[in-house]
Design a protein around this ligand. Sequence first.
Ligand code: 8YV
Length: 322
Amino acid sequence: MSKPKILVTRRWPEAVETKLSEAYDVTFNEADEPMSKDALRQALSEYDAVCPTVSDTIDASVLAVENPRTKILSSYGVGFSHIDTDAAKKAGIVVTNTPEVLSECTADLAITLMLSAARRAGEGERELRAGQWTGWRPTHMIGTKVSGGVFGVLGFGRIGQETAKRAHHGFGMKVIYYDAYPVAPEKAASTKAEARDSIEAVLKEADVVSLHMPGGKENYHLINAERLAMMKPNAILVNSARGEVVDAKALADALKNGTIAGAGLDVFEGEPKIPEPLLETNAVLLPHLGSATQSTREAMGWRVMDNLEAYFAGREPGDRVA
Ligand code: 8YV
């Protein structure tokens, strides 16, 4: 029997590419840049499986292909708002993701953003490299103390919980959270995290607000001018979830007007293009590095392979999301 034909839309860690190539007839997108919608549409007619990433938009127009050859989209990443899962279901295509394996590293990065924004690490480094540092003085580049403060989590899933653990156990922060879905009490136990009954309640009380909800239509511009105005003037906003959750223009205004003190962002609406107004602020901006460690990127690849293996063996893939 011939091996299933698989398209991988971006280059992966070598060890995973090697194993995948042993098991399947694999094509890697050598261009290693986002595939156009036309190319993705075409791929659905040519391959048994496609392994996309966050940089491939697989919307209803891509999935409108008649009788697609592709039966599974095994996405490399936990967030899957780049795939229209309803349209995939209609087309009879299974969708899987790679949860759990990237929670720790993404949480580490959320904490990096919190500290960098609160302690003005980006601004400080820019000043130093520009040769503009004039020496130590008591009033120089004063930041905000986060230790012992209130850490607000919006979206208390796996990554939100991991980030809360770091804030609580590492920095003695009190954790409060809001999640649109019920959270089992044991998930909050180790951080003594207290639920709040609305997003607004978290925004009003927290010194740091860390976003961990999915992207897509349901959370589009959830953090807007009105909600930013509810935050404390010394507050820090951290986004390691999805760019579209935050109205970037409203955030830039809030930072410029002193509505909030700082922001650390790893994700952007329309990335890799960065919303222009953000570049004029003190926000710490990183190029979507949440899961970017060798071991995590490999673990994500193994997880994609587990899902493909299950699918082609006629079993239910462990990480099916549609
Ligand atoms: C991934 C992420 O690296 O998994 C996610 O949802 O945001 C990232 O950390 C990226 O999405 C790869 O597809």
